[in-house]
Design a protein around this ligand. Sequence first.
Ligand SMILES: [Zn+2]
Length: 339
Amino acid sequence: MVSLTLTNLRFMKKKGMMLLVFIGMISCKNEIKKTTETSSSIIDSTQVRKHLYTLASDEMEGRRAGTAGIEKAAQYIEKKFKKIGLVPYDTLSNYRQTFTFKNRRTQEDITSSNIIGVLEGKSKKEEIVIISAHYDHLGIRAKEGVLDSIYNGANDDASGVTGILALAEYFKKVGNERTLVFAAFTAEEMGLVGSRHFGKGIEASKFVAGINLEMIGKTPSFGPNTAWLTGFERSDFGKIIQKNLVGTGYQLYPDPYKKFNLFFRSDNASLARLGVPSHTFSTSPIDTDKDYHQVSDEAETLDIAVITQTIQAVAVGTKSIISGEDTPTRVVLEERKNN
Ligand SMILES: [Zn+2]
């Protein structure tokens, strides 16, 4: 039998440690591989194309809040929520959180609904993660000499709504420890009206994170398999996502368009103002996007692979937040003077 000198012992201990680390790395790699495979098997481009082309079709008449067009979109989302098996939110009897507000610009009184469905959590059901997008857009605006008057809003934000429908189906299949609230907000284009209304009725401390999807249909300036996040420096939410994406080939960057103050220009802001670490994922090259808020924002201009990969990356990237392993720091806010 080998006489075990102290040095041998130390050597063997070191070897043992290295082996453990190695095994750890392998299992972690396998874990990422498994999650990525699962997300790409459940979140597929056929389903993505169907949702996108339906929500961005002329039939939806540009989904302006308070119109027949948005009502058709609301019914489509409700039908999908039901099929996936989501339950109504809080004390609501169905998926609609309906309210009336005055449009600041036109002074009209508009009645509209947020469409909200819930996947109750298992071990951490008191803790809520909200996954949102806005399902309204600009509607129909006839312009002299312009044939096409429908603002289809394919990228803005039918692509995001497509994302929440696909993520609801994904998490229904893989399970969730924390409760997931899927919210299709109305009247975002009229001043974040739907998400502000939602925010008024919540206990913000219960909301551990907000994942908002906005314009995920175009290849970003960073290149394929990338997205950017607003308010990256305002909580460690972004860093947690980056950590979970290591080894997947997909990368998340901080929002590169600081001058546009985008953190305050989408529905994440309504929850962030309450301290919730709520951020927007986007892929769009904001400063060069010629279709932004134009009638040309049609489904055909978007890349289905980009949308599908981004949704899969959100599924994998948020895994440790939805499982309860990671809890992002609360958002600290200071309003910028120039917005
Ligand atoms: Zn939008």
